[in-house]
Design a protein around this ligand. Structure first.
Ligand code: ADP
Ligand code: MG
Length: 605
């Protein structure tokens, strides 16, 4: 049942971001579309003449306005959508300011026709320069139709400020497109100067995108969907090769409200970073849903901006969701060297293939060579098991003489000699030759990915692997840290920490996870706890956060020198993970440089 329309008391009205909402024809369309959607419309028709300068008419089949409310609807701060200050903190409708109808009527000649279900007829009322005429009955279906003529007729200076018809038309088109994307379940028809610009039936998001942006683009879309305690992110991202020259085709919706948020746009852009040609922008339609009490949309009259109570974590989540989606679709970052040869086109992604097979790399146990394989997605699981050695530890450094002495038949002489195949650069990156060219791996984040997935697996299988310390270590921790240890003790135990809480601030460590490398044992618990605490407010899942913190602190560091064998093991295990191309924090793990690209660079084409 619809609330009746009332005028907000002064103390609430004064809390609402003040400012003019009607700047151009598109603002009228935006505000009235919001009203139609809030009224539960299933079908909305927008008709304009001369790009809205002469006429705009928005008709819906929503619940309508009851006869007793038609007049008051045009008062300032008249709304049926919020009642109290609390409602303002918890907005679930697109409108809440109670300003649109009053503002439109102040600068145009308006006629409203509206009928609610339980009335036989509708009411029609004209409002001009805020002068309300007496309402008259009219025959119509349930719903509302607002007709707005001669915008800014009474403020010639502002009328002169309007841009060309082409520009104003574009603004209106974009406004309707945004609403149509946000609400694929509603039918929209847009008619301009008697031509139907588009007419779309209720459907789902992907169909809606196809109808609005064409078949070709819709084929290059990747779906994403991620849920955390704090928010849900879903929608479609276009593959890098479908990128646009402008930022216009980046659609971001917060609780189905189109918003502009530079930080989030940047979060998406960052995830694509290595995949895009300079000056191009990814197409995306991304929805973020979050509890309305955690955001503030009342910061600008146009409601185009919104503040999150935890913007940094939103940024992080969006970047990793996008990276994950790109990785799942085998959009492996390839190296982009700044163009020196003008007009040389570059290959930025591995070509996208049907059924998106995965690139896998593994080490041939006989020859020690790296093999690049293309594997269909379904086969990957098997491969995962094959190469996942749960108790694996990157071997301790040995003296070079005895290097292969325990390797038995695998004792090989070839791999280190054929140094062209694998190489450690500045104790930081692993360079490996693959069939298509060169692969560069960041050793730290690669190991992080491996340990992260292993930790998560331990949590699900409840299968701890611990190495006992020869001499149990007694550590003094702060009160808060001990409390934290108590709280996550079962998880720490599953990871492999064998702990006893001795007193209020003393803990005895008897064992540490088997994954901790020799030389990394010292203070490992404190380091993991510190990292955990510093990322704790990020609203991520406790297990996920602990797995990340553990992986981050236990992984080989940049600066550690690795043997050939260690590097090969690392690569082997990396490509046995679910998501080899992205580290748990969303940074790229692997970059590829193809021979083709090198050939181009050297003018060999
Ligand atoms: P707001 O949307 O912020 O409440 P508006 O000035 O846009 O303020 O509208 C005032 C009120 O008029 C709304 O709260 C709503 O009750 C009613 N209203 C406006 N447009 C429609 C519509 N298309 N269908 C039903 N009710 C409407
Ligand atoms: Mg409104």
């Amino acid at each position: 049942m619809k609330q009746s329309i009332h005028i907000l008391p002064e103390d609430i009205a004064s809390k609402i971001a003040a400012g003019e909402v009607i700047q151009r024809p598109a603002s009228v369309v935006k505000e009235t579309l919001e009203n139609s959607i809030d009224a539960g419309a299933r079908n909305i028709v927008v008709t304009i003449k001369e790009s809205g300068k002469a006429l705009m008419q928005i008709a819906d089949d929503g619940q309508g306005i009851s006869p007793s409310d038609v007049t008051v609807a045009f008062e300032r701060h008249a709304t049926s959508k919020i009642q109290s200050y609390d409602d303002l903190e918890n907005i679930r409708t697109l409108g809440f300011r109670g300003e649109a109808l009053a503002s439109i009527a102040a600068v145009a000649q308006v006629e409203i026709k509206s009928r609610v279900d339980d009335e036989e007829v509708g009411l029609s009322m004209k409002v001009e320069g805020a002068m309300k005429r007496d309402p008259e009955p009219c025959g119509m279906e349930t719903g509302t139709m607002l007709t707005v003529k001669n915008l800014f007729y009474n403020t010639p200076a502002r009328r002169n400020f309007l841009k060309t018809n082409a520009t104003e038309f574009k603004h209106i088109l974009e406004t309707i497109q945004r609403a149509a994307l946000a609400y694929p379940d509603i039918a929209f028809t847009f008619i301009s100067d008697d031509d139907t610009v588009f007419s779309v039936e209720p459907s789902n998001l992907i169909t809606r995108i196809r109808e609005l942006f064409g078949e070709e683009l819709s084929e290059g879309l990747m779906e994403c969907n991620e849920e955390t305690d704090y928010l849900t992110v879903y929608g479609f991202l276009a593959k890098p090769e479908y990128s646009r020259r402008t930022r216009n085709d980046q659609f971001l919706f917060l609780n189905r409200r189109y918003i502009v948020n530079r930080a989030i746009n940047h979060a998406v852009y960052r995830a694509y970073e290595h995949l895009l040609i300079k000056g191009s922008y990814p197409f995306y339609v991304l929805f973020i849903d979050v509890d309305p009490s955690r955001i503030d949309v009342n910061i600008h009259p146009s409601k185009l901006e919104a503040k999150f109570d935890n913007e940094r974590s939103v940024y992080g989540i969006v970047t990793s969701v996008v990276r994950k989606t790109l990785a799942q679709h085998d959009m492996m970052p390839s190296l982009t060297i700044s163009d020196t040869v003008e007009g040389t086109p570059r290959t930025h992604t591995t070509p996208n293939r049907e059924q998106s097979p995965l690139h896998m790399f593994r080490v041939n146990p006989k020859t020690g060579e790296l093999i690049e394989e293309t594997i269909r997605r379904e086969e990957k699981r098997e491969n995962f098991n094959l190469f996942q050695r749960d108790s694996f530890k990157i071997p301790q450094r040995r003296d070079p003489e005895s290097h292969y002495e325990h390797e038995g038949e695998q004792k090989s002489h070839d791999s280190s000699a054929e140094s062209g195949l694998i190489y450690q650069l500045h104790n930081k990156y692993i360079l490996a030759q693959i069939r298509s060219g060169l692969m560069i791996i960041d050793q730290h984040v690669a190991h992080e990915r491996i340990l992260y997935e292993r930790a998560l697996k331990r949590f699900t299988t409840q299968n701890p692997a611990s190495q006992q310390l020869l001499f149990p270590e007694t550590v003094e921790l702060g009160h808060a840290e001990v409390e934290l240890v108590k709280e996550i003790h079962p998880l720490l135990h599953t990871l492999g920490f064998d702990l006893k809480i001795f007193s209020k601030n003393t803990i005895v460590i008897e064992g540490i996870p088997a994954d901790v490398r020799p030389g990394y044992e010292h203070n490992i618990l404190q380091k993991v706890l510190d990292e955990y605490r510093s990322t704790m407010d990020a609203q991520i899942d406790v297990r996920d956060n602990l797995a990340k913190s553990f992986a981050c602190k236990t992984a080989i560091k940049s600066g550690d020198s690795l043997t050939d064998e260690e590097m090969r093991d690392l690569i082997d295990q990396l490509f046995g993970t679910e998501m080899p191309y992205v580290c748990p924090h969303g940074r790229p793990v692997v970059i590829k440089l193809s021979v083709e690209e090198l050939d181009k660079k050297f003018g060999r084409t």
